[in-house]
Structures are given as C-alpha cells and as structure tokens.
Design a protein around this ligand. Structure first.
Ligand SMILES: C[S@@+](CC[C@H](N)C(=O)[O-])C[C@H]1O[C@@H](n2cnc3c(N)ncnc32)[C@H](O)[C@@H]1O
Length: 291
C-alpha cells in the first residue's frame, strides 16, 4: 500500500491482490472479512457501507502486518488472537488447536439434550477450553472440568475462562496415565464426558494444509498410525467407571473411523450408540449412554 490515505474499498482491493496468489478466492474473501471484523470491528455490510471511509495509518499498518503473516500461511485466528466459538470469544495462540466449526455442532448437541439440571461434565483434551467454556456458558447450573496433557493448553484455557467470567475447573492430566485419570473423579459421579481427542494418523499428514501443519500443535492433531482409536478406548473405559448410570459419552471423530468408534463404545458396554453427521454430511460425532 502506498503512503497516501487509503479508503476501505482500496484496502479490500489491495488485500485481494496480495492474497490471491496464496489463497483460493472464497477462502481469501473469508480471511479479508475476518481481518475487517478483527481490526475495525466491521460487520460484512460495513465493508460496503464504509467503502469511501478513510482507514487510519495505524489500522493500515495492522492490515499490512497481517498480510505478511498470511503469506507465511499463519492462520488468521492466530494473527487476530481469537476466534468465536458457539457465541463465546476464545483467545487462541500457538499453545492450542484453533476451535473448529464442527466442534460447535458437538456442543450444540449436548446443550440441546441437557436441561438446566446440575450436571457434572468432564471435557477430555480441552485445548483452548472452548468446549468446556461454551458448555458452562450455556448450561449455567453445570459443574464443568476440563483436562489436557499440555500445561500450555491448561494455562490458555484458564485465561479463557477468566476472560469469559466462567468457573471451570481446568487441570493438567495425561489421559494415557490410567491410574492418574482414574483419580480425576469419584466413580459414578459424572453425567457427561465429552472429548474431541487427537484423531489424525501421522500417515495422513501429507494431505493437510501447511497452515495447520506448521502452526497448530502436533499433540492436538495426531495419533499413532498403529492405534488410531487409542483415545476413544481410554476415554470409554474412563467413562465406564466415572459416569453415572444413564450418563452420556460424546465424541468428535475422524469420519474414516465412525463405525469403529461405535464398536469401541458398544464393546465398553454403552447402549443407544448413535453416530451423527455434521452439516457437510460427514460422520463426525458419536454418542453412547452408560447402562
Ligand atoms: C483435537 S485437540 C481438541 C482441543 C479442544 N477440545 C477443541 O475441540 O478445540 C485434542 C487435545 O487433546 C490433548 N491431548 C493430547 N494427548 C492427550 C493426553 N494423553 N491426555 C490428555 N489430553 C491430551 C491435546 O493437547 C489437545 O489439546
């Protein structure tokens, strides 16, 4: 951008030109909108309504810095430092996975099935805390706990709970450590366990975008090629002890392994096991009830 004052329309043109070699048109437009929202608090229509408005030097600089990072494929959420998740603002940085829209569908399933009872909920692999915090915001009588193997994630989740003024009990716990996990909660005391665990096999990393592979934590994404269902098995076993009768176990899943996750739950003794599709018609969620 040159030194003279730039208006919104010229800025959009500049962003399109700069980003088009790096992002397909639709994705580029979505990113441009996110930048306007994050930097100028614009709604989509404001971009048109304010086409002739001058953008201050300081704001132009923010857009220019963002463009440089976007060219290096930095996710726009990390550049802006936040994402909106199920009506909750979640701060994000390289410490944790960026919450995904499909995970909002998992939260929505739980919220719609739960009344205003005093439920006890555990979120395993909480990352930024997005699921736990969104559930606490929408189910105010619930007691929510979130665990993660990563200290960094738990620090970020605590910061997010504070920013959203919710009381969630976050703590570090490696779910592979079965003795430690068993001590997390008393037997038969939980109403709901939810988890979006790591579920991508390392062998599939070549099909993934650079902006995910280079920036998001590997620990949040990948599971051993040899044992892709590890977390589903461990968390189902934890649920068999920790859930009350009729307690519910909710998972986000890799669409490749929907039937296998259903089998894991059935073998662990869950009933009414249901597989659900996301809005793109892909099998992405499983729920089972403890008998
Ligand atoms: C796919 S991310 C989900 C993060 C967040 N719940 C979300 O939906 O955006 C999986 C999370 O599981 C955590 N994790 C990986 N291995 C774990 C383990 N052994 N015990 C507990 N958490 C683990 C990762 O640190 C990561 O935060």
């Amino acid at each position: 951008m040159n030194a003279k004052a730039t208006n919104t329309a010229q800025l959009v043109e500049f962003l399109r030109t700069e980003l088009s070699p790096y992002y397909p048109e639709k994705e580029g437009n979505a990113i441009i909108f996110r930048l306007f929202e994050g930097i100028l608090s614009y709604e989509q229509t404001d971009i048109v309504l304010n086409a002739e408005s001058t953008v201050s030097k300081a704001d132009q600089e923010k857009f220019e810095n963002a463009v440089q990072l976007l060219k290096k494929k930095t996710p726009v959420q990390y550049i802006l430092g936040y994402t909106d998740f199920y009506n909750v603002r979640i701060n994000v940085d390289k410490r944790a996975l960026i919450p995904r829209p499909e995970t909002e569908e998992l939260v929505d399933w739980i919220v719609k099935e739960s009344g205003d009872q005093a439920l006890r909920i555990l979120d395993v692999g909480t990352g930024s805390g997005c699921i736990a915090i969104a559930l606490k915001k929408h189910l105010q009588n619930a007691q929510v706990m979130g665990v993660d193997v990563s200290d960094d994630c738990i620090d970020l989740a605590k910061e997010n709970a504070e920013a959203n003024q919710v009381d969630v009990n976050f703590r570090v716990q490696d779910i592979v450590d079965r003795d430690g996990s068993a001590k997390l909660v008393q037997p038969e005391t939980l109403d709901i366990i939810v988890s979006n665990p790591p579920y991508i096999q390392y062998k599939d990393r070549y099909q993934m975008d650079e902006n995910i592979l280079s920036y998001e934590p590997a620990k949040a994404l990948f599971v051993d090629d040899e044992n892709p269902l590890l977390f589903y098995k461990l968390i189902s076993l934890l649920g068999s002890v920790a859930l009350k009768k009729d307690g519910q176990l909710y998972f986000e899943i890799n669409e490749k392994y929907g039937d296998e996750v259903v089998d894991v739950l059935k073998k662990a003794g869950y009933v009414d096991v249901e597989q659900r599709k996301d809005i793109h018609d892909r099998n992405r969620f499983v729920r089972g009830i403890k008998e």
